[in-house]
Design a protein around this ligand. Structure first.
Ligand SMILES: [Zn+2]
Length: 196
Protein backbone atom coordinates (compact mmCIF):
# COMPACT_ATOMS: atom_id res chain seq x y z
CA UNK A 1 0.00 0.00 0.00
CA UNK A 2 2.75 2.42 1.02
CA UNK A 3 4.63 1.62 -2.17
CA UNK A 4 1.45 2.23 -4.15
CA UNK A 5 1.12 5.72 -2.67
CA UNK A 6 4.79 6.46 -3.33
CA UNK A 7 4.39 5.46 -6.96
CA UNK A 8 1.28 7.56 -7.22
CA UNK A 9 3.11 10.59 -5.77
CA UNK A 10 6.10 9.96 -8.04
CA UNK A 11 3.96 9.77 -11.17
CA UNK A 12 2.08 12.89 -10.09
CA UNK A 13 5.39 14.76 -9.76
CA UNK A 14 6.59 13.55 -13.16
CA UNK A 15 3.35 14.62 -14.84
CA UNK A 16 3.53 18.05 -13.24
CA UNK A 17 7.16 18.82 -13.93
CA UNK A 18 6.94 18.34 -17.69
CA UNK A 19 6.91 21.77 -19.40
CA UNK A 20 3.54 23.06 -20.56
CA UNK A 21 2.99 22.43 -24.26
CA UNK A 22 1.59 25.59 -25.79
CA UNK A 23 -0.71 25.09 -28.76
CA UNK A 24 1.07 26.00 -32.00
CA UNK A 25 0.34 29.41 -33.48
CA UNK A 26 0.88 28.11 -37.02
CA UNK A 27 -0.29 24.82 -38.50
CA UNK A 28 0.57 23.30 -41.84
CA UNK A 29 -2.55 23.94 -43.97
CA UNK A 30 -3.18 20.29 -44.92
CA UNK A 31 -3.83 17.78 -42.17
CA UNK A 32 -3.71 13.99 -42.14
CA UNK A 33 -2.47 13.42 -45.71
CA UNK A 34 0.77 12.97 -47.58
CA UNK A 35 1.74 16.16 -49.42
CA UNK A 36 4.30 17.34 -51.95
CA UNK A 37 5.19 20.93 -52.77
CA UNK A 38 8.08 22.84 -54.25
CA UNK A 39 9.56 26.31 -54.24
CA UNK A 40 8.40 27.17 -57.75
CA UNK A 41 5.06 28.72 -58.65
CA UNK A 42 4.09 30.10 -62.07
CA UNK A 43 3.85 33.88 -62.54
CA UNK A 44 3.81 35.04 -58.90
CA UNK A 45 4.86 33.83 -55.42
CA UNK A 46 2.50 31.22 -53.91
CA UNK A 47 2.78 27.50 -53.22
CA UNK A 48 0.82 24.64 -54.78
CA UNK A 49 0.57 21.82 -52.25
CA UNK A 50 -0.32 18.56 -53.94
CA UNK A 51 -2.47 16.10 -51.96
CA UNK A 52 -5.34 13.75 -52.68
CA UNK A 53 -8.79 15.14 -53.32
CA UNK A 54 -10.72 15.30 -50.05
CA UNK A 55 -7.71 15.93 -47.80
CA UNK A 56 -8.45 18.48 -45.07
CA UNK A 57 -7.52 22.11 -45.66
CA UNK A 58 -7.10 23.55 -42.16
CA UNK A 59 -6.61 27.07 -40.84
CA UNK A 60 -2.85 27.78 -40.74
CA UNK A 61 -3.47 30.25 -37.89
CA UNK A 62 -6.37 31.41 -35.71
CA UNK A 63 -8.28 34.33 -37.17
CA UNK A 64 -11.42 35.50 -38.90
CA UNK A 65 -12.74 34.22 -42.24
CA UNK A 66 -12.50 37.01 -44.82
CA UNK A 67 -13.86 35.86 -48.18
CA UNK A 68 -15.48 32.58 -49.19
CA UNK A 69 -16.27 31.53 -52.75
CA UNK A 70 -18.62 28.53 -52.75
CA UNK A 71 -19.38 28.50 -56.50
CA UNK A 72 -16.96 27.50 -59.25
CA UNK A 73 -17.52 30.13 -61.97
CA UNK A 74 -14.26 29.54 -63.85
CA UNK A 75 -14.40 29.01 -67.63
CA UNK A 76 -11.34 28.30 -69.75
CA UNK A 77 -12.58 30.66 -72.45
CA UNK A 78 -12.66 33.72 -70.16
CA UNK A 79 -10.12 32.64 -67.49
CA UNK A 80 -11.07 35.59 -65.30
CA UNK A 81 -8.61 36.25 -62.49
CA UNK A 82 -11.35 36.46 -59.87
CA UNK A 83 -12.64 33.00 -60.88
CA UNK A 84 -9.37 31.08 -61.13
CA UNK A 85 -9.43 29.95 -57.50
CA UNK A 86 -12.71 28.07 -57.91
CA UNK A 87 -13.92 27.20 -54.42
CA UNK A 88 -11.73 29.28 -52.15
CA UNK A 89 -11.36 30.67 -48.65
CA UNK A 90 -9.31 33.50 -47.24
CA UNK A 91 -8.78 34.30 -43.61
CA UNK A 92 -7.19 37.17 -41.73
CA UNK A 93 -4.85 35.62 -39.21
CA UNK A 94 -4.27 36.98 -35.73
CA UNK A 95 -0.79 37.94 -37.01
CA UNK A 96 -2.47 40.51 -39.30
CA UNK A 97 -1.71 38.62 -42.53
CA UNK A 98 -4.14 37.07 -44.97
CA UNK A 99 -4.02 33.38 -45.86
CA UNK A 100 -5.73 32.01 -48.96
CA UNK A 101 -6.47 28.47 -50.06
CA UNK A 102 -8.13 27.64 -53.38
CA UNK A 103 -9.12 24.94 -55.90
CA UNK A 104 -11.08 23.29 -53.07
CA UNK A 105 -13.55 20.48 -53.72
CA UNK A 106 -15.61 21.34 -50.64
CA UNK A 107 -16.05 24.10 -48.06
CA UNK A 108 -17.27 23.28 -44.55
CA UNK A 109 -20.82 24.62 -44.08
CA UNK A 110 -19.90 26.74 -41.04
CA UNK A 111 -17.10 28.56 -42.89
CA UNK A 112 -18.60 31.94 -43.80
CA UNK A 113 -17.21 35.50 -43.76
CA UNK A 114 -16.79 36.76 -40.21
CA UNK A 115 -16.56 33.29 -38.63
CA UNK A 116 -13.75 32.93 -36.08
CA UNK A 117 -11.47 29.94 -36.55
CA UNK A 118 -8.85 28.32 -34.39
CA UNK A 119 -5.48 27.29 -35.77
CA UNK A 120 -5.79 23.84 -37.32
CA UNK A 121 -9.59 23.97 -37.66
CA UNK A 122 -10.92 22.28 -40.80
CA UNK A 123 -12.05 24.78 -43.45
CA UNK A 124 -12.58 22.61 -46.50
CA UNK A 125 -11.14 19.87 -48.70
CA UNK A 126 -8.47 19.75 -51.39
CA UNK A 127 -9.69 19.59 -54.97
CA UNK A 128 -9.14 20.83 -58.51
CA UNK A 129 -11.76 23.54 -59.04
CA UNK A 130 -11.26 26.82 -60.90
CA UNK A 131 -8.27 26.95 -63.22
CA UNK A 132 -6.98 23.71 -61.68
CA UNK A 133 -9.71 21.83 -63.58
CA UNK A 134 -8.22 18.75 -65.19
CA UNK A 135 -4.97 18.95 -63.20
CA UNK A 136 -3.77 17.00 -60.16
CA UNK A 137 -5.72 18.06 -57.03
CA UNK A 138 -3.78 20.61 -55.01
CA UNK A 139 -4.19 23.43 -52.54
CA UNK A 140 -3.08 26.74 -53.96
CA UNK A 141 -1.76 28.51 -50.88
CA UNK A 142 -1.04 32.23 -50.86
CA UNK A 143 -0.01 34.68 -48.16
CA UNK A 144 -0.79 38.38 -48.53
CA UNK A 145 -1.99 41.42 -46.61
CA UNK A 146 -5.65 42.34 -46.05
CA UNK A 147 -7.31 44.45 -48.75
CA UNK A 148 -10.86 45.35 -49.72
CA UNK A 149 -12.94 42.38 -50.94
CA UNK A 150 -12.35 41.01 -54.42
CA UNK A 151 -8.74 42.15 -54.91
CA UNK A 152 -7.89 38.71 -56.27
CA UNK A 153 -4.40 39.62 -57.52
CA UNK A 154 -3.26 40.34 -53.97
CA UNK A 155 -5.40 37.67 -52.29
CA UNK A 156 -3.86 34.88 -54.38
CA UNK A 157 -0.47 35.57 -52.78
CA UNK A 158 2.31 38.13 -52.85
CA UNK A 159 6.06 37.86 -52.44
CA UNK A 160 7.34 37.58 -48.89
CA UNK A 161 10.51 39.00 -47.34
CA UNK A 162 12.28 40.60 -50.32
CA UNK A 163 9.02 40.61 -52.31
CA UNK A 164 9.98 37.49 -54.26
CA UNK A 165 9.84 34.67 -51.70
CA UNK A 166 7.03 32.08 -51.82
CA UNK A 167 5.40 30.58 -48.70
CA UNK A 168 7.61 27.46 -49.17
CA UNK A 169 10.06 28.24 -46.32
CA UNK A 170 7.21 28.95 -43.89
CA UNK A 171 5.32 25.82 -44.89
CA UNK A 172 8.46 23.77 -44.22
CA UNK A 173 8.78 25.36 -40.76
CA UNK A 174 5.14 24.77 -39.83
CA UNK A 175 5.31 21.20 -41.10
CA UNK A 176 8.27 20.68 -38.73
CA UNK A 177 6.27 22.13 -35.82
CA UNK A 178 8.07 25.48 -35.70
CA UNK A 179 6.11 28.71 -35.28
CA UNK A 180 7.59 31.01 -37.88
CA UNK A 181 5.78 34.24 -38.73
CA UNK A 182 5.92 35.20 -42.42
CA UNK A 183 7.79 38.43 -43.12
CA UNK A 184 5.84 40.61 -45.49
CA UNK A 185 6.38 44.19 -46.61
CA UNK A 186 3.02 45.89 -47.18
CA UNK A 187 3.14 48.49 -49.99
CA UNK A 188 1.77 51.99 -49.35
CA UNK A 189 -0.76 51.59 -52.17
CA UNK A 190 -2.39 48.44 -53.54
CA UNK A 191 -0.88 47.52 -56.93
CA UNK A 192 -3.31 47.72 -59.88
CA UNK A 193 -4.98 44.66 -61.42
CA UNK A 194 -2.45 42.83 -63.60
CA UNK A 195 -3.01 41.48 -67.14
CA UNK A 196 -2.68 37.87 -65.92
ZN1 LIG B 1 -1.22 27.89 -57.61
Amino acid sequence: MKLGIKLLVASFLILNTSPAQAAPIYNFPISGCAVTYGKYHHDYPATDIFANKGCAFVAPIAGVIDEVNTVDRWRGRTNLGADRGGLSISLIGEDGLRYYGSHLSKIEPNITAGYKVTSGEKLGEVGATGSAKGTKPHLHFGISYPTEKGIWWIRRGVGLENGKTSPWKYLKAWQAGKDLKPKLIIPATTPPEPKK
